[in-house]
Design a protein around this ligand. Structure first.
Ligand code: CA
Length: 245
């Protein structure tokens, strides 16, 4: 039996993931933001109007609020103002999302205490970068740096993986699996340990699902003529191991 994994070795432990509260009344945009934020490893809470936003902040204690300016019931500006007035949320990182292009409005948002703003329509990658940057500045996420093994490099801040300088395209689950493997290269993990590590304990997934994602991970990692970096250990599990044989 392996000793229990330390908490730090569970990169996808839901409790360890920063929470972003998205306040947006346009349902399709809300869905798109949730999808992208979850891909980046964030937990997502939602509110679709200003009053609800204040409630969700109190209930969910988010690490950052992405706040639309034009909202029903209470404007984003008013939500921002109220959050700044309350001692508990005075320093809560807020990014204002505005459809307005007048510089004056941006200045107003910043004057009222928003930490940053972005104008609709925005480029999703740019918004994700600003969210990560603001969370890093506020201490919501530590700069995680890079993990590596052999010719494999994972930039955890930019969420990019490359092998031998070639960019790899991993699905979110394969990314988390690889991140978990990279914390202990060479070590053999059971399917259950991989489930805990990459999916989190509170999520029910069939152990066989692990095999599917391992196959996808292999396919993504191993280019033509390259060593297989994932070792299958019969009746035991898997390891990130160049001596895959
Ligand atoms: Ca709106």
């Amino acid at each position: 039996m392996l000793p229990p994994m330390p908490l730090s070795a569970r990169p996808s432990d839901p409790a360890a993931r920063p929470t972003v509260l998205v306040v947006e009344d346009e349902a399709p945009l809300l869905t798109l933001l949730r999808y992208n934020l979850e891909r980046q490893g964030f937990r997502v809470e939602e509110a679709s109007d200003g009053q609800e936003a204040l409630l969700r902040v109190a209930e969910a204690s988010p690490d950052l609020v992405l706040l639309d300016w034009m909202l029903p019931s209470l404007s984003g500006l008013e939500v921002c103002r109220q959050l700044r007035r309350r001692p508990a949320t005075r320093d809560l990182p807020i990014i204002m999302v505005t459809a307005r292009t007048e510089d004056q409005d941006a200045v107003r948002a910043l004057d009222l205490g928003a930490d940053d703003y972005i104008t609709k329509p925005f480029v999703m990658d740019a918004l994700m970068a600003r969210i990560r940057a603001l969370l890093r500045r506020s201490g919501g996420i530590a700069s995680k740096g890079t993990l590596g093994y052999r010719d494999l490099v994972m930039d955890q801040d930019a969420h990019r993986v490359s092998r031998n300088g070639r960019a790899l395209h991993l699905g979110p689950t394969e990314y988390r699996l690889l991140e978990f493997f990279l914390t202990h290269p060479g070590r053999v993990f059971t399917r259950e340990q991989l489930l805990d590590g990459a999916w989190g304990r509170d999520i029910h997934v069939e152990p066989r699902t692990v095999d599917v994602h391992i196959r996808r991970l292999r396919k993504a990692l191993n280019g033509p003529g390259e060593d297989d970096l994932v070792r299958t250990v019969r009746s035991a599990g898997y390891a990130l191991d160049a001596e895959a044989g």
